[in-house]
Ligand binder design. Structure first.
Ligand code: NAD
Ligand code: MG
Length: 398
């Protein structure tokens, strides 16, 4: 593996929350390629202890945590004879997130990553944010904390990382619109009728990206793009009418920034998450990656389509949420997490995912009419209530 030298600079201290996941593994792949640039401080995982132990030993982490309290013995035994501290359970993950570092890669999936990432905002200089659910559930609180603590926030989600780069030199008043691209997922061309019969295996086969199970299903329902529009609203402080999306099946252009003079800036790369991850790790420099720049002539054509909100009605729910993200974001996110998990465990069909989310939102929206949660506890309570209702809806179906 080719290695790049760090030209006498101190290695950056890094913690990876969610090290065993797809983003975590890609982050470690880049660290392995640039070993003199980084020093791994802490790694966290959940159920996959052999993988976590392997990573901890290979990258000589100081501290390792599993979120699963029952896995402490396994982790301890795996690390026997090594000079690596370890812990298990929620507190141990928070301890890892609280270690002082230059960079924290926040790549836990779901709202489980919210509290650790809020801790990391206090402990790191640069937060590389992959976990979009943090922003969907608690965007206002999250962005306020980033601002108060002067933490540099670099988005890792490919579209947002592209937008961050396009927007870097632009005054806010020049920006007319940010358009995120979406591949359209594996079911882009299926009819409403056909969508009812798709299988888990088909849904887990994304045409362009290799990702964890939850985001792969979100990409098949297009909820992922809905979550990303909410993510973009918070990251770039944009109004709802400045946010747009377009289907682009090749996933080469990740975003388009339209400016008031008629210019449109786009960011392109092959669909390989190591490109945006490397941007967040190297910032303000760039790191070498094994990904070749796109060759447009070789590609021949890039195509674009309008999204169909009727066939992919998760988009309509997310669009509705966009107008009231503070109140509806935690509900949309929690109901989606439960519904996706139910689909992944063969409890419901693909089209039932959106039905469950819609039912939970309908039930909770009127109750919370004038409540815009800002405190973490209030957000977590809404999250818990939405999960409870989603589970109740599931019971009615079996
Ligand atoms: P993944 O499922 O592959 O990995 C998830 C990680 O979170 C694992 O390390 C797992 O151990 C950990 N985890 C799971 N449940 C946990 C819990 N309760 N407490 C603590 N840790 C827990 O997911 P991924 O694809 O790497 O995605 C991670 C995040 O990055 C998601 O929020 C996703 O939306 C976002 N993201 C991923 C991609 C991608 O290409 N994979 C792209 C953009 C954004
Ligand atoms: Mg994305």
């Amino acid at each position: 593996m080719p290695q790049e030298q760090n030209k006498g600079l101190q290695p950056k201290k890094i913690t990876i929350l969610g090290a065993t996941g797809t983003i975590g593994q890609n982050t470690l792949d880049l660290i392995e390629r640039n070993p003199s640039h980084f020093q791994v401080v802490a790694l966290t995982g959940n159920q996959n202890i052999p993988q976590l132990v392997y990573q901890a030993k290979k990258f000589k982490a100081q501290f390792v945590a599993t979120a699963d309290a029952d896995k402490y013995q396994d982790l301890k035994e795996g690390l026997a004879g090594c000079d690596i501290q370890c812990g298990a359970g929620k507190e141990a993950v928070l301890e890892a997130a609280s270690m002082q570092t230059d960079i924290c890669m926040a790549a836990i999936v779901g709202v489980a990553g919210l509290e650790p990432t809020l801790h990391a905002i206090k402990a790191c200089k640069t937060l590389a944010l992959a976990n979009k659910e943090c922003l969907v559930s608690a965007g206002k609180l999250f962005m306020q904390s980033v601002k108060e603590l002067n933490t540099v926030l670099i988005p890792v989600d490919s579209e947002h990382c592209g937008a961050y780069q396009c927007l870097a030199a632009e005054q806010p008043e020049n920006i007319q619109k940010l358009t995120l691209t979406a591949s359209g997922g594996p079911f882009r061309n299926l009819s409403e009728q056909e969508l009812q019969y798709v299988t888990k295996a088909q849904a887990l086969k994304h045409p362009n990206w290799e990702m964890g199970a939850k985001i792969t299903i979100d990409s098949a329902t297009l909820m992922n793009k809905g979550l990303e529009l909410i993510e973009a609203k918070y990251l770039f402080a944009l109004e709802v009418d400045q946010l747009d999306m377009v289907i682009h099946p090749q996933s080469i252009i990740h975003c388009l920034v339209s400016l008031k003079d008629g210019s449109v800036l786009a960011q392109m790369s092959e669909p390989d998450m190591r490109v945006p991850i490397s941007y967040s790790l190297g910032w303000p420099q760039r790191l070498q990656t094994p990904v070749a720049p796109v060759d447009l002539a070789d590609m021949g054509q890039l195509t674009f389509e309008k999204p169909d909100m009727e066939r992919f009605s998760c988009l309509a729910l997310a669009n509705h949420t966009l107008y009231n993200t503070q109140r509806l974001g935690p509900i949309l996110n929690a109901a989606n997490e439960i519904a996706v998990e139910a689909f992944l465990t063969d409890k419901i069909s693909f089209t039932a995912i959106v039905e469950i989310i819609e039912q939970v939102m309908e039930k909770m929206e009127s109750h919370l009419a004038n409540f815009n949660p800002m405190e973490l506890n209030d957000i977590l309570q809404i999250d818990e209530r939405a999960r409870y209702l989603a589970l109740e809806m599931l019971k009615l179906r079996v």
